[in-house]
Design a protein around this ligand. Structure first.
Ligand SMILES: Cc1cc2nc3c(=O)[nH]c(=O)nc-3n(C[C@H](O)[C@H](O)[C@H](O)COP(=O)(O)OP(=O)(O)OC[C@H]3O[C@@H](n4cnc5c(N)ncnc54)[C@H](O)[C@@H]3O)c2cc1C
Length: 279
């Protein structure tokens, strides 16, 4: 039996996209890749080239000024940029990671405020889920969001946050109701200059060093009440899709976790005693 057939092929449109991103990456991104890695320097030339070519956040829907690319096209862009410079590929990748919770569960006001600047290349978006004690076990996060009138006050630490300090916007996953377990977790958009929000030092990594990774600190960080801020608003009458916060959390964890297949048990520590629950 001959195996000489194509089981799966990209569409002509996707192939053309791959060709054009490859050309751009070879011309404008690859020449800077070694330097940004060696100096742990944000790949500004790559960022500017991606913005100019409208490839920095291709997943944003056309309604919000984006290219409206499907998941496959978005993956092709990330893959071709990564072929030239892994650090630079985290520009389109993390812009998507940070905005997907809004796309899935954000109110129209939230989307109107935050998606167009990302589509225009004026702002980047990071996603802040992981914490010192919560990586794969995302439900163990401790960052608290406490309601204060029409807004929330955030306290806690996020760790390993990609493009931290460079991004203007952050989707921050925080506990609103500790008694509700994973169901008491929600997501908020925090802006870089919000009071009580600050950044840790640059992590020294072994690779992908042009993409800054830092801790985020929330010290009585008050999100201005006039701004739309909660991705998943649980108040009666608020426009949301039930369960969407959990979806966001899973999405973030699923995208970034170091996977171990069946061996990973959400909510259970890697080894007994990690949380002091066994002698
Ligand atoms: C460069 C970099 C960038 C990152 N960027 C972001 C970001 O932008 N936003 C963000 O929120 N996070 C980010 N992270 C964090 C990343 O999502 C976490 O590192 C990841 O979720 C794993 O968590 P952890 O490092 O705490 O490892 P752990 O969860 O402690 O896992 C360590 C090892 O144990 C295994 N393991 C875990 N639980 C179990 C179990 N129950 N049973 C068996 N094995 C298990 C894991 O598979 C892994 O091999 C980034 C991390 C890195 C290194």
């Amino acid at each position: 039996m001959s195996l000489d057939f194509t089981a799966y092929a990209l569409s002509e449109e996707h192939e053309a996209l791959r060709e054009s991103v490859r050309r751009l990456a070879d011309d404008k991104i690859a020449p800077h890749a070694a330097r940004v890695d060696e100096l742990s320097e944000f790949p500004q030339e790559a960022h500017d080239a991606l913005v100019k070519a409208d490839l920095h956040a291709v997943h944003i829907p056309e309604d919000y000024g984006g290219a409206g690319a499907d998941a496959l096209a978005t993956a092709i862009v990330i893959e071709e940029v990564a072929r030239a410079c892994a650090s630079s590929s985290l520009i389109p990748a993390v812009n998507k990671l940070g905005t997907v919770p809004l796309l899935l569960a954000g109110s129209p006001e939230l989307k109107e405020r935050y998606l167009p600047p990302v589509a225009r290349g004026e702002a980047m978006f990071s996603c802040a889920l992981s914490e010192p004690e919560a990586g794969s076990d995302a439900a163990a996060i401790r960052t608290r969001a406490v309601r204060d009138g029409n807004t929330f006050v955030l306290n806690g630490t996020k760790r390993w946050i990609t493009n931290a300090g460079v991004s203007r916007y952050y989707t921050v996953i925080a506990v609103t109701d500790p008694r509700a377990g994973p169901g008491g977790i929600s997501a908020f958009v925090v802006e870089k200059d919000d009071p009580g929000f600050s950044f840790g030092a640059l992590e020294h990594k072994l690779g992908i060093k042009g993409s800054p990774t830092r801790e985020l600190y929330f010290d009585n960080c008050v999100i201005p009440a006039a701004r739309p801020h909660q991705v998943h608003d649980r108040r009666p009458g608020a426009r949301h899709r039930p369960g969407s916060a959990r979806l966001c959390r899973r999405l973030c964890a699923g995208t970034q976790a170091v996977r171990q297949g069946d061996r990973r048990v959400p909510g259970r520590p890697v080894h007994a005693g990690r949380h002091g629950d066994e002698a």
